[in-house]
Write a protein that binds this ligand. Sequence first.
Ligand code: MRU
Length: 328
Amino acid sequence: MKTIEWTNGKVRIIDQTKLPHKLVFVTISTLQQMVKAIKTMQIRGAPAIGVAAAFGMVLGAADLRKTAKKLLDSRPTAVNLKWAVERMQNIANAGKGFSPSQLKELLLKEALLMAEEDVLTNKKMGWYGAKVVKRGMRILTVCNAGALATVDYGTALGVIRAAHEQGKKIHVYSAETRPRLQGGKLTTWELQRSRIPFTMITDNMIGHFMQKGEIDLVVTGADRIARNGDSANKIGTYAAAVLAKAHGIPFYIAAPVSTIDFNIKTGKQIVIEERSPEEVLQVGKERIAPQGTKVKNPAFDVTPAKYIKGIITEKGIFKPGNLEMLGT
Ligand code: MRU
């Protein structure tokens, strides 16, 4: 089952705001609908929003400059979105002189190719990454870097999936990931469907279980990786990485090369999305703090390269300091 798919001239996505209780598909036929779906996180996860942006460029092909701007403004941190928009712009430039319908067809071909490549990329990543997963390991992951965050298969969860498919008898700890609960709602849903054994914990339990020796490995995804290996991922990832270092537990990032932003030297240059205070002020439908409570809600944090043992990509596993070689 694909998270995002082009069918009959429209885009069909899984509405991730309805999971795990309901599996609902939403059909998107305009650029406006696509931008809204990205902003409200009906579709989310760096590679998935990259492909969503590529299809968005097809839907808004009549005015590509405006379309690109709207898509780029929808979520700022995941560089896959920018990467996808730029790739589509390059295709449009190559199609100069084409009729509008020919151009749209050309753009659609590219977007479909990107969607197909995404799955293949994740499977390659899974194959490389499974090498660091030893039999019986208990693996912590943060947020959702699974099939739902990509077109299919997943990045960090792709690595876990590959190890499971190899019969390694692993167990996954899924951190619930406040405030949007991607770990509690989406990763658990995927693991259950794939019959991969798992336990859900709250984010503030991570140190406790590491101290008790119940976690052997950490694998997460990333939204943007700087040239020096500093990696932005869902808020809470940095704390998990520091704790992993303190307990001598290897911490890996799994992400496609398209998540590496070769234009930035360090993580300090990564723009962190600040989301609505309501996400923090409420748990489900219940408001948890008194009126007037001040809130901060950064959606991501940056894990410095020194905490990362390796970055698992579709081209192999790299030490954070060796990423430069992929950019040439
Ligand atoms: O805010 P989200 O849910 O889009 O954040 C997702 C993450 O942080 C993922 O870990 C990251 O995008 C990698 S997904 C393969």
